[in-house]
Design a protein around this ligand. Structure first.
Ligand SMILES: [Zn+2]
Length: 208
């Protein structure tokens, strides 16, 4: 197992979010990299560009030797079954009830086909104001990229935990990551593996 929390890599201390952020780039950020046409192994490594070089080198080697898929399948032989909006909503609310009971209600939880392609984001939680009968009505929405519709369950959990943590903490600061780890103690490891999964999907398509 590529354990990013293992002694070999040292403790991961995160002060800034890894690039690319789960929510996509700021406008105008790294246009050049995002406009690359074909998914090449080197281009796909942008998902893990903020991780230590020795770790990236190992992943580069796994891609070169075509071992990434086998590695992921061995760790995660089957995809999760929360693959409709209704099931995702139940799944999300279950985690929310367990850990963030006092946080505000989610009006909508759904998979979104456009998040990744249009916004270069994997998940979002947004506060939407809607005019409703002459009054403004606030809705909190949590969206997960459709890339996670057929993925290992722990990786879905990671993205849901990340977005739920934003109900309490807007920024990717230490309090935010503490909250993520409170909900899922393997959070950092799972985020890393989610990035490996995305590299795989970008290079080869569906894992399952
Ligand atoms: Zn975030």
């Amino acid at each position: 197992m590529l354990d990013i929390l293992g002694e070999e890599e040292g403790e991961m201390k995160r002060k800034t979010p890894y690039w690319p952020s789960l929510h996509g780039p700021k406008v105008g950020q790294l246009d050049q990299e995002l406009s690359a046409e074909l998914p090449t192994a080197e281009n796909c490594l942008r998902y893990i560009s903020a991780y230590p070089e020795n770790l990236r080198e190992r992943i580069r080697g796994m891609i070169r030797d075509e071992r990434l898929g086998a590695y992921l399948l061995e760790r995660y032989p089957v995809p999760h079954e929360h693959n409709s909006n209704k099931l995702l909503r139940a799944y999300t609310n279950q985690i929310k009830t367990s850990y963030l009971k006092s946080s505000e209600r989610l009006s909508k939880v759904c998979f979104d086909d456009k998040l990744h392609l249009v916004h270069h984001a994997l998940g979002t939680q947004t506060f939407v104001s809607l005019a409703h009968g002459g009054r403004l009505k606030a809705r909190r929405e949590l969206r997960v990229s459709s890339l996670f519709k057929r993925c290992p369950e722990p990786l879905l959990r990671m993205i849901v935990v990340h977005e739920l943590a934003h109900l309490k903490e807007k920024e990717h600061n230490q309090a935010f990551y503490r909250l993520c780890i409170h909900m899922e103690e393997r959070y950092h490891q799972l985020e890393f593996e989610a990035r490996l999964y995305l590299i795989y999907c970008e290079l080869y398509g569906s894992l399952y």
